[in-house]
Ligand binder design. Structure first.
Ligand SMILES: *Cc1c(COP(=O)(O)O)cnc(C)c1O
Length: 459
């Protein structure tokens, strides 16, 4: 690898990104063009070293600022069994938000007591599954859930550890679709309306629930540290004024949530893990200390910041359409089916040619997806060399909320996933094929209706 040539977008690409001997983009010591030839496109490439370093940075940052801390990976960012095993090996636990995520975590063999279940409308079967699987904590999101979970835990013969998720009424200044800590949100029990206090009383009435502490999650990505500090002050007030003073309960555990930022586009502000750790640790010490409360164990929940940078999406360039004086569209063989974030949140990305990553930009184009929606645009006004049909385009920071939100829209095939490490590429998930699109169809026939309507649990 030629270490002297300067790779553009180096801050967004995986840590191992470089130039292969032929001048192509290299990831994990593998030539990206060879990966695309071998596994097809679109292709999602995860770099093992970046994944490991992101895990370690978070664990070490929080451990050194606040020894009584746990890092949980928010699985919804992207989950597969091999990934879960690697993340668990770095000492992280997991957030799950569905029965499906619990099943995949269980099948991957990670310790279920390190799993926390979230969700603003958990179903009874999911609560039963969580209790049976032995998840460490269930994070109660609303008042209705309390008797339902109380029943599920006693039916399962367990005293279930729970946290109560409060909505502190703090604006984290993120996208309206990803803000969760404000009063007008579907997540969490509001402190301001008195609902939180009622919920606390209701949890304490359930003998099968062991209230371990409180939770908040303000949204994502959060680039400012102040919302965490404001939220932590609200939580400490509740821990002292309500939990201790009115109910005589100690808040032994506290989670300030996740939502730590990553770089998607050049110049995106990305506080390092140590900055979040320092701000959170000092706010907890200060706010808990000022109220004479014993310090809680804290758990943080990074999702995107663990996996986003490790992933790169590789696409092949297709049709080009020039609308003189208006815009040039360059289409690629992926788009909103594998990355819905630009269409859904207006997310910005960057791209580079994987065949000539150091080529100078020559034109401004819009990179469009291939799906039948005008809103299927991946990048607006990207400065790129003039791309040829068939050329390989790389989009960095593709590891989070892309595959996990992917669909078969237009009956497209979900991409293959490979893990690269020290020059070796390992297929983690094969590309879908036509039979996958039809595998779940049930031909009409006697007895099939019951199966089609049946439970999601594997028997
Ligand atoms: C989604 C979510 C996270 C993770 O958010 P990221 O932006 O991926 O870090 C953490 N905690 C909760 C409760 C969440 O819902």
């Amino acid at each position: 690898m030629d270490a002297t040539a300067r790779l553009p977008l180096a801050d967004l690409l995986p840590l191992t990104a470089g130039l292969a001997p032929g001048g192509h983009l290299a990831l994990g010591g593998c030539d990206a063009v060879e990966l695309a030839e071998r596994f097809g496109t679109p292709l999602y490439v995860y770099d093992a070293r970046t994944l490991r370093v992101q895990c370690r940075d978070y664990v070490e940052a929080f451990r050194s600022e606040y020894p009584q801390s746990t890092v949980l990976y928010a699985s919804k960012a992207y989950l597969s069994r091999p990934l879960a095993r690697r993340i668990a090996a770095e000492g992280l636990g997991f957030d799950a938000v569905s029965g499906g995520e619990i099943e995949v975590l269980r099948a991957s063999g990670v310790a279920m007591e390190t799993v926390y279940l979230h969700g603003n409308s958990k179903e009874r079967w999911e609560l039963d599954l969580a209790v049976e699987a032995g998840v460490g904590r269930i994070v109660i999101d609303n008042e209705e859930e309390i008797p339902l979970l109380g029943e599920a835990a006693s039916a399962g013969g367990r005293r279930q550890g729970v946290l109560l998720r409060l909505s502190p009424g703090v604006d984290a200044h993120t996208h309206e679709k990803t803000t969760t800590g404000i009063l007008d949100s579907k997540f969490g029990v509001p402190v301001a309306t008195g609902a939180a206090e009622r919920a606390l009383a209701a949890v304490l009435e359930q003998p099968s629930l062991d209230l371990r502490g409180l939770h908040m999650h303000l949204g994502s990505p959060i680039v400012e540290l102040e919302p965490f500090e404001l939220g932590i002050a609200v939580m400490a007030d509740f821990a002292a004024g309500v939990c201790r003073d009115r109910f005589g309960v100690e808040v032994r555990e506290f989670s300030p949530g996740g939502g730590f930022a990553v770089g998607y586009a050049a110049g995106d502000p990305v506080p390092p893990p140590a900055a979040y750790a320092r701000a959170i640790a000092s706010a907890v010490r200060r706010e808990w200390g000022e109220r004479g409360l014993p310090l809680p164990h804290i758990s943080v929940e990074p999702g995107r910041s663990i996996v986003a940078r490790a992933g790169v999406a590789l696409y092949q360039v297709g049709a080009r359409k020039e609308v003189p004086g208006i815009r040039t569209y360059v289409s690629v063989n992926g788009g909103m089916a594998d990355n819905v974030r630009p269409a859904m949140y207006g997310s910005r990305y960057e791209a580079l040619s994987a065949e000539r990553p150091t080529a100078a930009p020559e034109e401004t184009v819009t990179i469009a997806g291939k799906y039948c929606e005008s809103g299927d645009v991946l990048l607006r006004d990207a400065r790129l060399p003039r791309l040829r049909r068939g050329e390989l385009l790389a989009v960095p920071a593709a590891g989070a909320y892309q595959l996990s939100m992917s669909s078969n829209y237009n009956l497209s095939y979900r991409p293959a996933v490979v893990l690269v490490e020290e020059g070796q590429a390992r297929l983690l998930r094969r590309r879908e094929r036509a039979s996958d699109l039809m595998a779940l169809d049930v031909e009409p026939g006697p007895g099939d209706a019951a199966e089609a309507a049946g439970s999601s649990r594997d028997e």
